[in-house]
Design a protein around this ligand. Structure first.
Ligand code: BGC
Length: 359
């Protein structure tokens, strides 16, 4: 087995073009750069010393977003005038690698990636004291804050690009985390009380009767992305009783002991397999809860899923939740994505966090 740390770095470099990271070049649908995936890939690269790559991503994202300033301003103007919005009015969820908006029909109205990017950008700037990057990115950040302020209450697609007409706590956590991060750098950019209003909204509306956070408002199931509420976005502390109940339900309902983590119980995408990046997220929670052995076991399981050439897939098909759906996805788009750069980025991050926890 190749050195997975080194291979992850190589694979990520091979998928980066002028700053943009392609989600997975070998998968027909993933030749784009998503802000959600890109931020985590950049963060993983940064923590292992590949800061030039991470910086190039943030610069690309800031420049790309500014290209669509008129589009965002157009949407804000429509809202001010009380006009209705169409799906085409929203900023996209993913971009071509040269920053153009993809022509394919795709569910674009997804806000979590914007919150994620704000969070990751600020981590990078603070870690490196990179004021030049901040000056360059500031206009894009200011625009996004206004965009998010206007839209955060609107139902929008979740991080899995599903459930357009619902409100997702994981999305709101990303917005909360991103806005708090911006506030810590430039308080004047964020309207006073906005992050707290978002947090209170989640705490008031997104806790199920038995005390765990819900997948979306009105759906009491859990989704592994609920881990984001604490990690990294800190909408709640990891020891918060509602978070611990959520974690327990994730372990109970969507974790296969000794193996990996599913997205959510009703998942049918590629038959609903176990996702590497979510397994790494659970490992992160265990590290934060001072349970490094459990974290190490999950990371080892992830490593065992890599191909002989060290490529990590998005998900694995060993124990599918909905096997009857598997073939139709393969017929439609080919075998599931691998190597997925987001899996590799999370792997770099978790190996680094594990090492820190042991020293
Ligand atoms: C996932 C998204 C991800 C995209 C690219 C989709 O299948 O649901 O979360 O951003 O793939 O990796």
């Amino acid at each position: 087995m190749p050195d997975l740390h080194q291979r992850s770095i190589e694979i990520i470099h091979a998928g980066q073009f002028d700053g943009a990271y392609a989600a997975c070049l070998s998968f027909s649908q993933y030749g784009y750069c998503w802000l959600r995936d890109g931020m985590w890939i950049a963060h993983g690269m940064d923590v292992v010393g590949q800061s030039t790559s991470a910086r190039a991503f943030h610069q690309w994202a800031a420049r790309t977003l500014l290209r669509y300033r008129d589009k965002a301003e157009g949407l804000l103007a429509k809202l001010t005038k009380g006009e209705g919005l169409t799906e085409a009015d929203y900023l996209p969820t993913r971009f071509e690698l040269d920053g153009r908006i993809g022509q394919e029909d795709w569910p674009d109205f997804q806000l979590d990636g914007y919150g994620a990017w704000l969070w990751g950008l600020v981590q990078f700037i603070q870690a490196h004291g990179d004021d030049d990057l901040w000056q360059e990115a500031r206009p894009a950040v200011a625009l996004l804050v206004r965009y998010l302020e206007a839209l955060w209450r609107s139902p929008n697609y979740d991080c899995w690009e599903e459930h357009r007409h619902h409100i997702h706590p994981a999305t709101l956590a990303a917005l909360y985390g991103g806005l708090c991060a911006v506030q810590s750098l430039s308080p004047e950019l964020v309207p006073g009380g906005l992050p707290e209003t978002i947090r209170d909204f989640v705490l008031t509306n997104a806790v199920a009767s038995d005390g765990h956070f819900m997948k979306y408002l009105g759906n009491d199931e859990v989704d592994a992305s609920l881990l984001w509420l604490a990690l990294p976005y800190k909408l709640v502390d990891i020891h918060d009783h509602r978070f611990l109940k959520t974690l327990a339900k994730i372990e109970q309902d969507i974790y296969r002991p000794g193996e990996g983590v599913y997205r959510y119980r009703a998942d049918t995408y590629y038959g609903g397999g176990q996702w590497l990046l979510l397994t790494l997220w659970l490992a992160w929670a265990y590290l934060e809860l001072d349970q490094p052995t459990k974290a190490q076991n999950l990371i080892s399981w992830v490593e065992a899923q890599a191909s002989v050439t060290g490529e990590m897939p998005e998900q694995v098909a060993g124990h599918l939740l909905a096997p009857a759906y598997y073939d139709q996805w393969v017929e439609r788009w080919g075998t599931s994505a691998s190597p997925l750069l987001w899996s590799h980025g999370m792997y770099l991050l978790l190996k680094s966090l594990l090492k820190d926890s042991l020293t």
